[in-house]
Design a protein around this ligand. Sequence first.
Ligand code: HEM
Length: 158
Amino acid sequence: MHGLIRPIERTTTMPKRAHLIAGILASLCMATFLVSTLLVELFGAQTAVAQLKSLIVTPGLWILIPTIAAAGGSGMLLSRSRRGRLVDAKKKRMPFIAANGLLVLVPCAIFLNRWAAGGAFDTPFYGVQAIELIAGAINLTLMSLNARDGLRMAGRLR
Ligand code: HEM
């Protein structure tokens, strides 16, 4: 009995656990970037801003992008056996999360890091910083909605 049930259990709980961990890590990462950016822009010296811009690129993006990809990929796997409003909503949000990350957040982070390292805290810097903050807030919202709907589907949230 035990030997029969275990392998089936493993194939269903492994992606589920990976998805939970990736989803939570990705959301926490996004929230950390957003809050630390706001704090350092409001209260930090330019050297602190430059240091954070550098940390957001390395190791930041190297953590954020793979965890978002892992959450999306494992989510798609899990959704094959699911039907309904919540899973549809999650699936619809994912392309926006990915595109926003790769096409807006990554280029913003790279340019801001380059400019801050050269001490160029000028109009383009603050313009791109504003775009990054807005895109970051949108992504954090979409990711939080996906986490909420995921927790609802898993029966952890009512
Ligand atoms: C950044 C994007 C995502 C985040 C942050 C996220 C987050 C979560 C979280 C926190 C859970 C609860 C897991 C648990 O309590 O065990 C969950 C479950 C789930 N997610 Fe996602 N998710 C994301 C993307 C996706 C995508 C693109 C899909 C595909 C439609 C998806 C499908 C699912 C499914 C089907 C479950 C229920 C698993 C179960 O049967 O218990 N997720 N998600």
